[in-house]
Design a binder for this molecule. Structure first.
Ligand code: TXA
Ligand code: MG
Length: 321
C-alpha cells in the first residue's frame, strides 16, 4: 500500500507498525526505535537473523547524543558528513533508550542522521529514532525504488522516487581514534581518509574475514559474504560475453551490440553508476532473455569500491535458494 504523506507514515509507526521509507541511500524498512515489539517485526518481515543488529536513524545529533558514548573521532565524522550517508558504530551509553534488540545483544549501537527530506519529516513527527535496515528480504538486492519494495512487501510504503546514492551508507567504527571502515558505501573511503587524516586520526578498512577472526562482537551477517544476491549467476570483470549472459555495462562497449544489457553510466560517472547499480541488477535478474549476468570491470576507487563490494557478495550469493 502506497502512503501519500509523511503524516500517514508517522501515524503507522507510532502505533507500532513497520513502514518502508525512502532514504538518500536505499529504502529502509522502519520501526520506532523505542519500541522493541515493532523492531521485532522488522526481523520477521525481512527474515533477518536475530544476531544482525539494526541502524538507528535520528533527526539530528542532539537527539542521538544521550544514546551513545560520543568520541572526538565521531564528532569529526559527524560534522563533515551528517546529515548524510554515514553510519557510526559507537558504544551504547548507560542512558541508552533504544531496546537492546537493535544491538543484537552487543554493547554497540549503529547510528546515522539521514538527509532525505521525507525521512526527516517522519523523524520530526514521531519525535524519536527510527530503526531501519534496507527494505529487502534478508540476503537479497537492496531497493532503490518504490517498485523494488512493492515486489515483496505488502505493508505501507512511502514513495520517494529513486534514491539519490543508490548504495547503502558507509559504516565506520568510531569508538576510538583509530577509525575502522566496516562497510564501504556512499561516502567513499578516500573522503573518510582525507577528513580523518587531516584531524590526526588513523583509518583502517576492515574486511569481513578479518572481522571474523578479530572482533566477534562486530561480526554481523550483513557484513558476511553472499549478500545482495540476484537469483541469476553473476560474473565480475567481464571483458567478453558468453551465451545466455546479459551485460551490465559501465561506459560504451562493443559487448553491448547484440546483447541484453543495462548501462550503469554512459559517461563512466561513478555516482550515476552507483545510483543505477541495484536497479540494473533487478532489471537483468527479471529479464527472461538472459540466464546469467556479466558485469564489466569497474574502477577500484571512490564509489567503485562500494559497488565492487556489493557485486562481489552478489557473485558469491547469486543463484542460492
Ligand atoms: O544506508 C543504509 O545504511 C541503509 C538505510 C536504510 O539507512 N540501511 C542499511 O541497513 O543498509 P542494513 O541493516 O541493511 O545494513 C546495516 C549493516 C548490517 O550489515 C549490520 O550488520 C551492520 O550494519 N550493523 C548494524 N549495527 C551494527 C553494530 N552495532 N555494529 C556493527 N555493525 C552493525
Ligand atoms: Mg541491507
Amino acid at each position: 500500500m502506497i502512503l501519500s504523506c509523511p503524516h500517514q507514515a508517522a501515524e503507522r509507526l507510532m502505533s507500532g507498525d513497520v513502514v518502508a521509507l525512502p532514504t538518500e541511500t536505499v529504502y529502509g524498512l522502519a520501526a520506532h526505535g523505542h519500541n522493541a515489539i515493532a523492531m521485532e517485526k522488522i526481523y520477521q518481515c525481512k527474515g533477518r537473523p536475530k544476531n544482525n543488529p539494526l541502524i538507528l536513524h535520528y533527526a539530528n545529533l542532539r537527539s542521538m547524543r544521550p544514546d551513545v558514548v560520543w568520541t572526538d573521532c565521531a564528532e569529526a565524522l559527524a560534522q563533515a558528513f551528517w546529515p548524510g550517508a554515514l553510519t557510526l558504530v559507537l558504544e551504547r551509553s548507560k542512558t541508552c533508550r533504544v531496546p537492546s534488540i537493535a544491538s543484537a545483544g552487543n554493547t554497540t549501537l549503529a547510528v546515522r542522521v539521514p538527509s532525505h527530506a521525507l525521512f526527516q519529516d517522519v523523524l520530526r513527527l514521531i519525535q524519536g529514532p527510527l530503526a531501519a535496515p534496507s527494505a529487502n528480504l534478508s540476503g537479497q538486492l537492496s531497493p532503490t525504488r518504490c517498485e523494488h519494495v512493492k515486489q515483496w512487501f505488502d505493508g505501507p510504503i512511502l514513495n520517494g522516487g529513486t534514491c539519490h546514492h543508490g548504495l547503502e551508507s558507509t559504516i565506520v567504527d568510531a569508538r576510538t581514534s583509530h577509525a575502522r571502515i566496516l562497510r564501504q558505501g556512499a561516502i567513499s573511503q578516500e573522503q573518510i581518509e582525507a577528513l580523518l587524516g587531516g584531524c590526526g586520526f588513523s583509518v583502517e578498512v576492515v574486511s569481513s574475514s578479518v572481522l571474523r577472526q578479530e572482533d566477534q562482537a562486530l561480526v554481523m551477517p550483513g557484513q558476511m559474504e553472499g549478500h545482495y544476491a540476484p537469483r541469476k549467476p553473476l560474473r565480475l570483470n567481464a571483458t567478453e560475453l558468453y551465451a545466455g549472459e546479459g551485460l551490465m555495462a559501465f561506459g560504451p562497449s562493443p559487448l553491448m551490440d547484440d546483447a541484453v544489457h543495462v548501462q550503469l553510466s554512459q559517461t563512466r560517472d561513478l555516482q550515476e553508476a552507483a545510483q543505477n547499480l541495484f536497479h540494473g541488477l533487478y532489471l537483468l535478474d527479471h529479464n527472461p532473455e538472459c540466464k546469467k549476468i556479466a558485469v564489466m570491470p569497474l574502477p577500484q576507487e571512490g564509489l567503485g569500491r562500494g559497488m565492487m563490494d556489493r557485486l562481489t557478495r552478489a557473485a558469491l550469493g547469486a543463484g542460492r535458494p
